[in-house]
Ligand binder design. Structure first.
Ligand code: AMP
Length: 145
């Protein structure tokens, strides 16, 4: 892909965002920015932002919008060729508004998956919390059960 291309992918947990994103990134050479992965790496590095985010994440809550907007803006600013796919951000309307104030998007991909299918998939899903790797006991089991 020779032109600058900016896209976001939206979808419920279990809709296949991670899988589809990794295929798009592999085939089209976009830089993949996953908000969940960025937060986990901040937590591992014990940054101020990571320590703050962790308190929300461990309660299963969303990290506040101002923290997320700061994190994603600084990551986007670091990319030399601004050709990217955002995965997991925006997740709220204020985040979407903050993003579109500064960026012009080329594509929004919204995965519409029926709830019964999502529930079936998530029943078999396990996450390795330290790395964020996701497994599925049906079709992608971990090496160590
Ligand atoms: P994920 O790996 O995308 O499921 O994200 C893991 C956790 O990180 C979520 O449950 C939220 O607590 C937090 N998180 C990720 N992205 C966002 C976002 N855009 N806004 C708020 N919290 C987020």
């Amino acid at each position: 892909m020779s032109k600058v291309f900016k896209m976001i992918i939206l979808g419920a947990p279990g809709s296949g965002k991670g899988t589809i994103s990794s295929r798009i990134v592999r085939d089209f050479g976009l830089k993949h920015l996953s908000s969940g992965d960025l937060l986990r790496s901040q937590i591992i590095s014990k940054t101020d932002l990571g320590l703050k985010a962790q308190t929300y994440m461990k309660d299963g809550k969303l990290v506040p919008d101002d923290v997320m907007v700061k994190l994603i803006s600084s990551e986007l600013a670091k990319i030399n060729i601004p050709t990217w796919l955002l995965d997991g951000f925006p997740r709220t309307q204020p985040q979407a508004e903050a993003l579109t104030q500064h960026e012009r998007l080329d594509l929004v991909l919204s995965l519409e998956v029926p709830h019964e299918i999502i529930i079936d998939r998530l029943k078999c899903r396990w996450t390795h919390l330290p790395s964020g790797r996701i497994y599925n006991t049906d079709f992608n089991p971990p090496k160590v059960p």
